[in-house]
Write a protein that binds this ligand. Structure first.
Ligand SMILES: C[S@@+](CC[C@H](N)C(=O)[O-])C[C@H]1O[C@@H](n2cnc3c(N)ncnc32)[C@H](O)[C@@H]1O
Length: 414
């Protein structure tokens, strides 16, 4: 080790160090960026424009950045508020309790814009006005979580996990959960002998708490418009109570489905979009819904049997695309998990030559990467809407419209 390497090494931040840092920007994942002596810190519980005293919580030896948490605020942002929850900063469930709802949405809009620009190759000025929309009837960002997974301590108390840790924080209440889940009193009961509790408050059946959830233990019902879904409690369903109706409306608006259309619904879960779009395409249309989780496919079978225009395929999307006899379609909706679809899957989807694709994205970074893949294949990003479907957390839902470059410019809706 030469002298300058030795100096750099001895100045490297280590776990437990406390430093004062200027916070310059927001990053993906509920953290903000600061710099100290040339080192990058990802700091929690602060805001861009603030100066904070932060304690290093994680300093990997060869990592390019260290993680830290705010100990005290030396200069605060106008967006800072008193967190409504007593466990904010202790429990790892929320990231932005210390930020006004408007401020949270502005942070999320920045993260989405950066995903589109840095990864999606979009011009920055094009998305400078992008807004994250509040969900209908949401005025405080609380009471929206219809699915909660509580961990149980050895002593039988239910709680939530600390940030990036297995440690369980026993809590008296979670303000994000719906009032129906709070009424289940999961956090006050003795759960000795149980490891985990799934609490669900569905829209069309009573709330339930399922100890050590396994498929087949409990059935619930969800209702959207006139459709009823009969689901296993463990099956995927949109978490915010307003999400199903809001996302269906946004997808419809972008795709403008017509009677007789052939729609491909990828990563279809229990068939939320398939069921709604089946009404639009009518009996002369066709929907192919593709989903790999057998529990979700079973729920779709139980719920969509009255719509014979829907065909359900239990398969991984990339495998189905490789083996299907379907070589073209009119419209595609895809709603992949956080990892996104990936270049090969995007290329296969677009080779079906649909009129339009609605991409429902729960991760703006994955969306940016998949937009880049679509552009490589001769498509363009025509429109993006973003929804604050997970207030107080860093999560956000985007719905993006992709159109072939050959579609008329300005044809932003179909
Ligand atoms: C974000 S959820 C969307 C479900 C549905 N669109 C909805 O809104 O209820 C993503 C779904 O993709 C499924 N999935 C994950 N990876 C998959 C893959 N490679 N192929 C097919 N489905 C997959 C998951 O089981 C899950 O149901």
């Amino acid at each position: 080790m030469n002298e300058s390497e030795f100096r750099a090494e001895s100045q490297r931040l280590a776990r437990g160090d406390v430093v004062d840092v200027e916070i310059t920007a927001v990053a993906h994942g509920g953290v903000c960026v600061g710099r100290y002596e040339g080192q990058v810190l990802f700091v929690r519980h602060c805001l861009p424009g603030e100066r904070v005293r932060a304690r290093v919580t994680d300093a990997p030896k060869h990592g390019r950045f260290v993680r830290a948490d705010t100990e005290s605020v030396l200069r605060s942002s106008a967006d800072r508020v008193i967190a409504p929850c007593a466990y904010a900063g202790i429990c790892g469930g929320c990231d932005w309790q210390h930020v006004s709802l408007e401020g949270q949405r502005a942070l999320k809009a920045t993260v989405i814009r950066e995903g589109l620009v840095r990864l999606g190759g979009e011009p920055p000025e094009r998305w400078s006005d992008l807004q994250v929309e509040a969900m209908p009837n949401d005025d405080d960002g609380l009471g929206w979580r219809t699915r909660m997974r509580f961990a149980v301590t050895r002593a039988g108390r239910a709680g939530l996990r600390r940030y990036r840790s297995h440690e369980i924080v026993p809590v008296d209440s979670c303000l994000l959960s719906t009032s129906q889940i709070r009424d289940l009193q999961v956090l006050r009961r003795d759960w000795a002998g149980t490891r985990e509790i799934l609490a669900v408050s569905p829209s069309a059946s009573p709330a339930i708490a399922v100890p050590d959830p396994q498929p087949g233990r409990a059935r619930i019902q969800e209702m959207v418009d006139d459709h009823v879904w009969r689901l296993d409690a463990t099956a995927f369903w949109q978490v915010h109570p307003e999400a199903p109706r809001t996302f269906i409306a946004a997808v419809r608006d972008m795709l403008q489905p017509q009677a007789g259309d052939h729609v491909v619904d990828l990563y279809s879960g229990a068939g939320l979009f398939a069921g709604a779009l089946a009404d639009d395409v009518g009996p002369t249309g066709r929907i192919d819904a593709v989903e790999s989780d057998p529990i979700a496919v079973r729920a779709a079978k139980r719920s969509l049997h009255g719509q014979p225009q829907v065909s359900l395929h239990e398969s991984a999307v990339h495998r189905w695309l490789r083996s299907t006899m379907v070589t073209s379609c009119d419209l595609v909706v895809l709603d992949p998990p956080r990892t996104g679809a990936g270049v090969r899957t995007m290329t296969s989807i677009l080779s079906l030559r649909p009129r339009a694709v609605a991409y429902v994205a729960c991760d703006p970074v994955a969306l940016g990467r998949d937009v880049a893949a679509a552009k490589q294949a001769g498509w363009r990003l025509a429109h993006v809407r973003a929804f604050d479907a997970f207030p107080m957390t860093h999560h956000v839902e985007c719905i993006a419209l992709l159109l072939p470059n050959s579609a008329a410019e300005g044809d932003e809706s179909h």
